[in-house]
Design a protein around this ligand. Structure first.
Ligand code: G
Ligand code: G
Ligand code: MN
Ligand code: NA
Length: 254
């Protein structure tokens, strides 16, 4: 497709950029980390949202090249923030199933960390439950290699995929992210607390961290604090923003 051809050109022409959304430590109110979200500034089409090109890139196999760009850019930014005197902030990047099945992701990550002199503790990887369904053994092997390098793995959109809880025991998971549809329900329905609470308790008993996504109101934040959720992200705390805005955000944060 024309989008496919455009994607290759877009990398060469530096049309992609990462925006960063803060993750807030709910107990302390401090910035606990960030999630990197890909943005495409197309010269004619203007801003192209991820849902319009990531599925295309996944379908064509180009997504692996895109993920490499994202990981390199995340590491470059971590280094730039460090050189600017910012406190160390972790960056979580989203990857696709193809990145895990191809198996070379851990080599690429290892090399890129070395190139930029970045600690593996500052880079995190977000995967979805559905990715586990693709070639389970290969995916687990790739995730274990990443984990053994010191990279934290989060399960994104937790509770929305088709998967069994059994994989949680086999996966080197560091964190569950409560999908924003469940966070929405927190102040919409009377039983809205049930699923977020269940995920918080599950994370607690597995000994993993839990992050709520899509927090838009103070009420949602308060309910999540009450149930013992560790971290949250969402428009209430901060939108995904360009790197310069994100560093200003961190500078003025508690
Ligand atoms: O803000 P938002 O519109 O950025 O993101 C929409 C969707 O695109 C989310 O599901 C998010 O996980 C996905 N996404 C954003 N950036 C990336 C990326 O760099 N790689 C992949 N694979 N998905 C991304
Ligand atoms: O699937 P993933 O969790 O990676 O995607 C994050 C998506 O959620 C991005 O599109 C991001 O822009 C969006 N997002 C982040 N915070 C909020 C929020 O508070 N409300 C809504 N509606 N979307 C959000
Ligand atoms: Mn994500
Ligand atoms: Na999500």
């Amino acid at each position: 497709s024309s989008i496919e051809r455009d994607l290759q050109r877009a990398i060469e022409q530096h049309e992609f950029e990462l925006h960063f959304q803060p993750k807030i430590d709910l107990a302390k109110g401090t910035v606990a980390g960030s999630e990197a979200l890909l943005r495409w500034r197309h010269p004619e089409r203007g801003f192209v949202p991820p849902w319009a090109f990531i599925p295309v890139a996944e379908h064509s196999g180009f997504v692996c090249e895109l993920t490499h760009w994202v990981i390199n850019e995340a590491c470059r930014q971590i280094k730039a923030w460090r050189e600017a005197g910012l406190p160390p902030i972790s960056v979580a990047v989203n990857v696709s199933a193809a990145d895990l099945v191809n198996g070379d992701l851990s080599d690429f990550v290892a090399n890129t960390l070395v190139t930029h002199g970045v600690s593996p503790r500052q880079l995190e990887i977000e995967v979805t439950e559905s990715m586990v369904m693709h070639d389970v053994e290969t995916v687990i092997a790739t995730l274990r290699r990443l984990r053994s390098m010191g990279i934290a793995i989060s399960i994104d959109d937790f509770g929305t995929g088709y998967s069994s809880l059994a994989y949680l025991k086999r996966f080197p998971v560091k964190c569950l992210k409560i999908d924003r549809s469940f966070v929405d329900d927190l102040d919409r329905t009377s039983d809205g607390q049930a699923i977020p609470k269940l995920i918080v308790d599950l994370a607690r008993s597995l000994g993993v961290k839990v992050v709520a996504e899509g927090v838009e109101t103070v009420r949602q934040a308060e309910r999540l604090i009450d149930m013992g959720c560790d971290e949250a992200q969402g428009y209430y705390f901060g939108r995904p923003m360009p790197a310069e805005d994100f560093s200003a955000y961190v500078m003025q944060a508690p």
